[in-house]
Design a protein around this ligand. Structure first.
Ligand SMILES: *[C@@H]1O[C@H](CO)[C@@H](O)[C@H](O)[C@H]1NC(C)=O
Ligand SMILES: *[C@@H]1O[C@H](CO)[C@@H](O)[C@H](O)[C@H]1NC(C)=O
Ligand SMILES: *[C@@H]1O[C@H](CO)[C@@H](O)[C@H](O)[C@H]1NC(C)=O
Ligand SMILES: *[C@@H]1O[C@H](CO)[C@@H](O)[C@H](O)[C@H]1NC(C)=O
Length: 369
């Protein structure tokens, strides 16, 4: 158990950092040069590494490492493995990332009924036998980033809390695949080949507790329907979205982080009140084609509007609270808009920054103009 706490603690930290990372102001960044095309497949895979020294655990697979002080963990990562070794029943955490595994056999997982955490990132898995997953009824984390999956695996265990499937080739979401996953907190599908037809009204049904949904870098032209209402973080950047339906975000009481940068939004497709949401803290709208600034709520802290087509800005109009109230000596700080970081560079604005903007957003620490 001591081992388990040790492992889970950094994870919580990691999650916190992710959230904090999004709140911290970032220095202005140029769009990175496009990533190099996919590496060419080597014709010959490197041979599996030779087995390590004998383990204190007689059931430890020879190609893996079984830490003596952490009997529930099995490290088989970065060993040039072609298949998953037999996983002993005492194992809760198995690390199989950075190998050349292309198939998951039922046999390997036959006794591993206590598994809580499987990391298979960066392998060559194209599909997973449903009989493997459905038996893992303690599984909490399933990491399958950077594989060759074409669809979301079926029969995912209802215990699952995090499902990471980014950087695959997923272009299909089987019906009802998320139906029973009411413990799922994080669903990461970024950098796949999903398009509008993959998302139906019921696609996300069942994800009652989902907090983070990442659909960035796919092939969406429309906002996906049926996004779970509980989400705190919704990432849709790097798609082709040109339109946000009226009231799309109306019933998202928790939404705090929203990313829609690198899409095709213009004023025409965007009701001006779309993002005037009570709990929104961070809004990314950079690299679109907006001409005016959408209305924001008093609580918003970070707004990215760089690289759009904004030509003028009227601080009085976009101010979420009435300007006049601040001029009264009794005005209390509770009503001051919370905006601290604003990016407007890469538009058609000319300095100086309008005075009414500064008078409204008195907590602004940084404006990139
Ligand atoms: C799998 O578990 C069964 C029942 O606990 C046990 O008898 C068997 O030896 C295990 N198999 C292996 C290969 O460890
Ligand atoms: C933003 O929403 C609030 C609360 O719903 C509302 O009072 C306010 O008028 C809205 N702002 C604009 C500019 O529509
Ligand atoms: C951006 O929007 C303007 C009209 O507001 C339009 O004339 C222009 O073609 C659009 N640019 C792109 C790249 O879509
Ligand atoms: C900004 O908008 C307000 C209210 O709509 C208007 O009274 C004011 O003249 C505008 N300011 C400029 C500089 O256009």
């Amino acid at each position: 158990m001591k081992g388990a706490t040790r492992l889970i603690f950094p994870l919580i930290l990691l999650l916190l950092c992710e959230v904090n990372g999004q709140r911290r102001s970032r220095p202005p960044k140029k769009r990175p040069t496009p990533p190099p095309s996919e590496p060419v497949e080597p014709t010959e895979l490197p041979p599996p590494l030779p087995p390590g020294p004998p383990s204190v655990f007689p059931d430890c697979p020879r190609e893996c490492f079984c830490p003596p002080d952490f009997p529930s963990a099995l490290y088989c990562d970065s060993r040039n493995l072609r298949k998953v070794p037999f996983i002993p029943s005492r194992i809760h955490y198995v690390y199989l990332q950075n190998n050349f595994i292309d198939k998951i056999s039922e046999e390997s997982f036959k006794n591993a009924t206590e598994l809580r955490w499987i990391n298979l990132d960066n392998n060559r898995i194209g599909s997973i036998d449903s009989r493997v997953l459905e038996k893992l009824d303690s599984l909490i984390f399933l990491y399958l980033e950077r594989n060759h999956l074409k669809e979301i695996p079926g029969y995912l265990p209802p215990s699952l809390e995090q499902l990471r499937l980014s950087r695959n080739r997923i272009n299909r979401i089987p019906d009802n695949v998320f139906n029973k996953l009411d413990h799922l907190i994080l669903l990461d599908l970024h950098h796949n080949e999903l398009n509008d037809a993959d998302f139906k009204k019921n696609t996300f049904r069942g994800l009652k507790n989902l907090m983070q949904l990442n659909l960035a870098h796919n092939r969406l032209h429309k906002m996906p329907p049926g996004v779970p209402k509980a989400v705190h973080q919704l990432f849709l950047d790097e798609n082709q979205i040109d339109n946000v339906p009226n009231n799309y975000f109306k019933d998202f009481p928790n939404l705090a982080f929203l990313r829609l940068s690198y899409n095709k939004l213009s004023d025409k497709g965007l009701p001006r009140n779309s993002f005037n949401l009570t709990n929104l803290l961070v809004l990314h709208l950079a690299h679109n084609n907006l001409s005016s600034i959408p209305y924001i709520s008093q609580k918003l802290e970070h707004l990215y509007l760089n690289d759009n087509s904004i030509e003028k800005i009227n601080g009085t109009q976009i101010c979420p609270t009435s300007l006049i109230s601040f001029q009264e000596p009794s005005s209390d700080l509770d009503n001051v808009p919370r905006l601290r970081y604003l990016r407007l560079d890469g538009n058609n604005l000319k300095p100086p920054i309008p005075l009414d903007l500064m008078m409204c957003f008195r907590l602004l620490q940084s404006v990139v103009f």
